[in-house]
Design a protein. Sequence first.
Lengths: 650, 492
Amino acid sequence: MPNVLNILLIPLLPFVNFLLLGLFGKTYLKKSAPIIGTVLMLASAFLAFQTAYEYFFVYGKVGEVYQQLMPLKLTWLVFAPGMQIDMGLMIDPISVMMLIVVTFISLMVHLYSLGYMKGDGRIATYYSFLGLFTFSMLGLVLATNIFQMYIFWELVGVSSFLLIGYYYDKPSAVAACKKAFIVTRFADFGFLIGILTFAYCGGSFDIPTLISALTSPDSNELKTAIGYSFVGVSAISWGAILIFIGGAGKSAMFPLHIWLPDAMEGPTPVSALIHAATMVVAGVYLVARLFPIFSIAAPAVLEIVGWVGVISAVIAAIIACTQTDIKRVLAYSTMSQIGFMMFALGVAKYGGEAGLGFTASLFHLFTHAIFKALLFLGAGAVIHYVHSNEMKDMGGLRKNMPITHTCFLIACLAIAGVPPFAGFFSKEEILLAAFHHNRVIYYIALFTSGLTAFYMFRLYFSIFWNREHSAHDSAHQDHARHGEGGWVMMLPLVLLAIGSAVAGFVPFGHFISSDNQILELPFHLLFSIAPVLIGITGITIALIMYKTSNDLPAKWSAQLNGMYQLAYHKFYIDELYLLLTKKVIFNLIGNASAWIDQHIVNAMINAAGTITQQFSEAIKKLQSGKVQQYGIYFFTSVIIIVVVLIYVWN
Amino acid sequence: MNLLLLLGIPLLTGLLVLLVSTKVQVRWVSFVGATAQLIASFLLFFAFRTEIADQNTAQFLFEVDYTLIESFNIHFHLGVDGISVAMILLTSFVVVAGILVSWNIEKMTKEFYFLLILLSLGAYGFFLSLDLFVLFFFLEMAVIPKYLLIGIWGSGKKDYSANKLALMLMGGSALILVGMLGLYFIGGHEFNIVHLSKLTISTDYQHLIFPFLFLGFGVFTALFPFHTWVPDGHSSAPTAGSMFLAGISMKLGGYGCLRVAIYLLPEGAKEYAHIIIVLSSIAILYGAFVTMMQKDLKYMNAYSSISHVGFSLLAMAMLTQTAITGALMQMISHGLMTALFFAVIGMIYDRTHTRMVDEMGGLMKTMPFITTVFFLVGFCSLGLPGLSGFVAEMTVFVGSWQVDDWFHRAATIAAIMSIVVTAVYILRAIGSTAMGPIKNPSFATLKDATWNEKLAAVILLIGIIGIGIAPSWLSNLLKPAAEIITNRIMGK
């Protein structure tokens, strides 16, 4: 049986880190903060691996099915009978897999930051925020209750905000962190209404209860939920769409992706942890967590998930081909890869062989986390070395940074889908699932994987080959001393590189499938020829264009002028948003409301005051204090009353 | 527990403040008195919980009843249920914090503190009273000091603001008085809330009386479109004045709406619920949009208060138990949060001498404590889990979502939409004050919070985080009382 205390400690240790360093980091623990953070994270990761081992190999399986266990469930807040928020621990294959991913990547980032953030004055704050993030992400993963998930969902959002805005005196960082928070908040608005709709249909916030209420064919809840409709769409589909909007916001799916590239303003290790490996895949995890509902009760929404995923994948890949800031290239590549995971879910069905897309999606989540974290940490090492994010400041770095170079190459091969590296296997399964369920998505995805190979190797050649770095070499003499950043930065790179090389050999279907039964992942040699060939073509083009410094890139981009500009400016989506928020929301709604408040509502109240004042001003002349005048008033009144009494009364 | 203690402590503190001579003594007497009251409130809370645990099912506990004016049947009748206990706790938190942040008031210190304590006495009395006449008496007691606080210690266009506030609140009081007398005469010369709640009042008469009472109390709690005293009043008031105004006074109105208008006149509530929902949805969204356009921090928080208080009015009008519990939680949460917000704004203003958002920047560098509190209270305002705003808003949303027709759904969605706008204005405020480069070189040498400011912030933060992390104690305190109200609405 699961050891509750061990599992509980996995999220709690990072939380202790947050509290300890948050409260005392500035004053008492300034020197030891990074070490404390890393040690606590190491313990948490150790417990996570232990839990995973025990779950998958000791107690998790009963017969051939992995059990969904809830070793702990505490009532946190009761709204009404049945409607309550529980805080609990959910142990099932996908949550355990996520535990490994989150704690491992987080540990790598903690370790790497020891070198990368050395000498930063607020390093204790940095580590405490990392702790807060890891705690929240683990709480999200372990949630048993959809509201618990929402709570931690918001908390990862705020930790992301704090870390993007870590360099708070940089205006661009401030703008980026606000943007990230507000865009995802907008998506959470959908998520929250989706939760309320689901709970209204299923009568609970508890995830297993919800799933069983909304998926068993003879349940009354499902019948009512499908029967009850608004503009022709059933309540359950509305709920699923709205929840997916929440997921799409956090996972930077088109058109809610605009925050992710800007989020690169945060320190690079943070980008690796939050904006590449863990938080941004929360949307995928959310859909996977509620997958039976999507698949059985709202299949049309799953279709939408698929299309949104593939469109995001291809758009991001096109944009990535034109960007020159290496972190932004990686950001768009993240968006593209999450698109792959999303559409893989979209082409899956609940149960058995049809669930291939589900397994493939989470398999890709798993491998992507490793190689993308590696790419970011590698990019961090490069940025650390050249003090710039721009490709034009780099080139020929392979001799200066041999370890980084090798690791980065492995990661690029993995993401490009070159066998036998990790990405090859997971992408292969995704493409296979798409091939069987939706050919259009398959062809777009195939094209996208060609683009992926191209832009990744464009990045690789531009950093490590291209022009030889003679002029700058002397300037970099000083850096040569600290070289690649010491073992604390290189160890995570090497470990992740090993992961990127071998993670594909994990028999993933044995652990994770849509119905928690063992799924043998199919592998067809013939089928993999197309994607591999396309990948190699992409790499070859990149090789010709960027390995040595030549005028091909300039020539080709000039030839594709319109398309190139469009992609370079990210299809002008940011400008569109800016127009919408600045012109419509601020000027039209905000200003109008403020104007109405001042000039109509407030004016009415002021008018009431003014009228009263002027009225009394007008009648105050009656009180003149002259007896004669009062006499006249008196006698006139008496005469009027008498006349009225005599003539009108009778 | 004897409820007279809760009135005795502030009364005694007030008298002592008048008797002592130096400023230092005034401050310490007030502080000790407020702290004693905070402790007494906690004692009340624990005594209340003990009684509930001992299966005491009476609607009001610890009742005290003295005849005041026999011929008019006016009684000095006190008693508490979960709602009053929660409100008293809120008040005592805000009072201690308010006294601490006013530590450096040099102008007429004695009078200032005396008025603060008088105001708090009014609030305590209001929440304790079960007799409408006494309740009204304490309500007025809480209004007058506000006029003086703004008029004497205020800033900006203080005369205008003080007049506007006092007149609008007096207008509200007049409406309340009419409604109250309506109840008095229909009930056969009865001011007793318990007796009035047992009475069957004809539906037509309820329809007639309800608007007076609800509007009257509504003015106190910034019901749209009678909210315009809030921005001006808050921005002109001294820091503690704003804290008391938003943290305590606006809650008097919300409490009155629920305890007097809705509870005593359930048919009236049902009749006008739609109008209240429309008005409060407007207040929520419109308040949020207006907030977004403000450049002065105090105006910003005042308008955001209108938006946040809208949540409680909206939830009350949903008339379900969960929603009403949510309304009350929102009142408590907003009281703590907005008091802290004004406290922080005051601290920033004392140092930078500006409240304009675009004149600040980079304050985090010089005042880490103040800006951290600013971040936390901002996060509370935008509903971050772990802080009180989240649980209150979620209870409101879940409760409102239970009413399943399109009108209520649309109103709820409008209310939920405001969380996005809230995020926009909060992040704008935080982003351009605390973050960014230091714009004004003279800000580079500013000092962080002093001990009294830190203590005030910590006290309020304890409340905010305490509710945010463990909300059930508050929810369980309020729920039985909310149930009695909804049962009456359902006609049980």
